[in-house]
Design a protein around this ligand. Structure first.
Ligand SMILES: Nc1nc2c(c(=O)[nH]1)N[C@H]1C(S)=C(S)[C@@H](COP(=O)(O)O)O[C@H]1N2
Ligand SMILES: [Mo]
Length: 223
């Protein structure tokens, strides 16, 4: 009888330990607004959103989905504004791309969104346009060559790891500037302007290389 009591007690203790171990475990995919993130895409492992670092000059921006408009203007035939739903109605693409901050950290994610080429087709690029400037809700900005954007199928992402871009990741849109340092990956984008001259954005104006190729020099000598 004593032995049965002992065994039962041990089973109870062990199952309690095992069970509490399970519930305190917080590995695995995160859930964001009822959407569960993917941690694998076509055999490629993705960094969980909870392990992706943030870097922003003024902290997280909270943008309202209903009143949000993306303004596209400058050297275009038909300057216009796009609602969140209008952007999502454009052709959708996904790809796995690494974000590498110039400070040495980075992560891998699956990005889903619209090609800049498809968005620009809606407004018509004027022949003399060479550069796109991305302006963000926090006052941040950066510029990229139009050729780079079009030739590399660069996308504006509204999804990351199969969930809607969370506010801290740049909702509603982050530029997936493949092959370029993190400071080209504008988040919380509210306006895109096409121009005919090179542009230095927030960090570029402070000495960072305007080319920003990953592996290339971080700083630029300017005379
Ligand atoms: N609007 C905005 N976008 C931004 C920044 C910022 O401060 N504001 N920081 C840039 C820098 S320096 C990096 S490394 C990446 C980091 O992206 P993440 O926060 O999605 O990891 O965002 C870029 N985009
Ligand atoms: Mo960065």
């Amino acid at each position: 009888m004593k032995r049965i009591l002992l065994i039962t007690t041990l089973i109870l203790i062990f199952s309690f330990i095992a069970f509490s171990g399970c519930i305190s475990e917080d590995e695995g995919p995160g859930v964001y607004n009822n959407e569960t993130e993917s941690l694998l895409y076509r055999g490629e492992p993705l960094t969980p959103i909870s392990e992706q670092r943030n870097n922003a000059i003024k902290g997280t921006q909270y943008i309202d989905r209903e009143s949000y408009r993306l303004q596209v203007d400058g050297l275009v035939e038909k300057p216009g504004e796009f609602s969140y739903e209008e952007i999502k109605a454009l052709p959708r693409t996904s790809k796995v791309v690494d974000l590498d901050c110039v400070e040495g950290w980075g992560f891998t994610a699956k990005w889903t969104g619209v090609r800049t080429a498809d968005l620009f087709e809606e407004v018509g690029i004027k022949e003399n346009a060479t550069t796109a400037i991305f302006y963000s809700a926090d006052g941040y900005s950066t510029g990229l060559d139009l050729d780079y954007l079009l030739e590399n199928d660069i996308i504006l992402a509204y999804g990351i790891n199969d969930v809607t871009l969370p506010p801290e990741r740049g909702f509603p849109l982050q530029l997936v500037a493949e092959g370029k340092y993190g400071y080209k990956w504008a988040k919380w984008i509210v306006r895109i302007e096409l121009t005919d001259s090179p542009y230095r954005g927030y960090w570029e104006e402070r000495g960072y290389n305007n080319n920003a190729d990953v592996g290339g020099p971080a700083f630029e000598r300017r005379g």
